[in-house]
Design a binder for this molecule. Structure first.
Ligand code: 13P
Length: 340
């Protein structure tokens, strides 16, 4: 393992005032996103969309890294430059999603485990050549009155930890993503309990695998009310519960906690991140973003799949990136949403 390279990658990823753009939607997920603008999900349309995102002017001012999907890391722009070289040219670190999605934990189970360990070290040899310097693996947990089961929490923790160990041994920085889903009517308190149990299991498994905590990034959910909970917690309540949960479970050696947006609206994800940073000046981690939908949704809408709207799409992305960058410094204000 080249520790020096991993250290500089992790430092670049967690640079103050910056976060990650998650643009690693699988073919199935990007189709769902394109359906919302009535665009067919062809390889060319997917390439055009990602080209628009990555060529956004000054993106690097608030984006330190981009998570790519296997297809995208191999694609090139209209003028023949690879999409990764566009990012590298801006000083943005390319990363790669390596999990192969989720399957039912057992016959008839509502719970899921994540696949993709087979051949992973071999796949990294190619991804490294293609420019990837970090990777991502996502595990998902469903909240209900009975779930998640202890078995699901343990199996997903083992899977994340095995992946993280292979990733570091292959010379890339692992993003460890345990996502407690916001689907359901559960309270903020229930989300905090489940997230605490999940993170305790994840860090126990990471220790067992000998993963170097200094050389990884955690990508968790925020502690928030379930989507259908009648009482929605305020940003200040979310921040207090989130920071308390992480203080109790995440070792200080972890350099960065970069949240997923998970279905929050774009403004809500920014407001919550800002409130977390407003609370957490004395904590050891960088609290930042690794958003997919909350960065991309307005850009996708403004673009609408049309060449003449590329500039509008880029403006929408640049704005969300800028506002989330401000939230990393606790400098975001709702009034900034009105400015261009
Ligand atoms: P969202 O921010 O849309 O949840 O996506 C982040 C991600 O990478 C999910 O794996």
């Amino acid at each position: 393992m080249n520790t020096t390279e991993l250290e500089s990658t992790v430092r670049a990823m967690t640079a103050r005032g910056k976060g990650l753009l998650a643009a690693d939607e699988s073919s199935g997920t990007i189709k769902k996103r394109f359906d919302t603008i009535g665009l067919e999900s062809t390889e060319t349309n997917r390439r055009d969309y990602r080209q628009m995102l990555f060529t956004t002017d000054a993106l690097e001012q608030a984006v330190s890294g981009v998570i790519l999907f296997d297809e995208t890391i191999r694609q090139s722009t209209d003028d023949g430059r690879t999409l990764t070289s566009i990012l590298q040219g801006k000083g943005i670190v390319p990363g790669i999603k390596v999990d192969k999605g989720t399957i039912a934990m057992g016959p008839g189970s509502a719970e899921k485990v994540t696949e993709g360990h087979d051949g992973l070290a071999k796949r990294y040899e190619e991804y490294y050549q293609l420019g990837a310097r970090f990777a991502k693996w996502r595990a998902v947990y469903t909240i209900s009155d009975q779930l998640p089961s202890w078995r699901n929490i343990r199996l997903n923790a083992q899977g994340l930890a095995r992946y993280a160990a292979i990733t570091q041994q292959s010379g890339l920085v692992p993003i460890v993503e345990p996502e407690v889903l916001m689907d359901g009517a559960h309270t903020l308190e229930r989300c905090e309990d489940v997230t605490t149990a999940v993170l305790n299991a994840v860090f126990e498994a990471l220790a067992l695998e000998g993963v170097q905590l200094e050389l990884m990034v955690l990508k968790p959910n925020m502690v928030i009310s379930g989507k259908d909970c009648p009482v929605q917690a305020s940003a200040e309540q979310v921040a207090a519960a989130t920071v308390r949960c992480f203080s109790r479970t995440v070792p200080a050696a972890v350099p960065g906690i970069m949240f997923l947006s998970g279905g929050q609206s774009d403004a809500q994800a920014t407001e919550n991140l800002n409130a977390i940073n407003a609370l957490s000046a004395h904590h050891p981690w960088t609290f930042s973003f690794s958003y997919g939908r909350a960065l991309q949704a307005p850009a996708l809408k403004a673009w609408g799949g049309k060449k003449e709207n590329v500039a509008a799409g880029q403006q929408a992305l640049a704005k969300r990136a800028r506002l989330n960058g401000a939230a990393c410094r606790a400098e975001y204000q709702a009034a900034m949403e009105q400015a261009a």
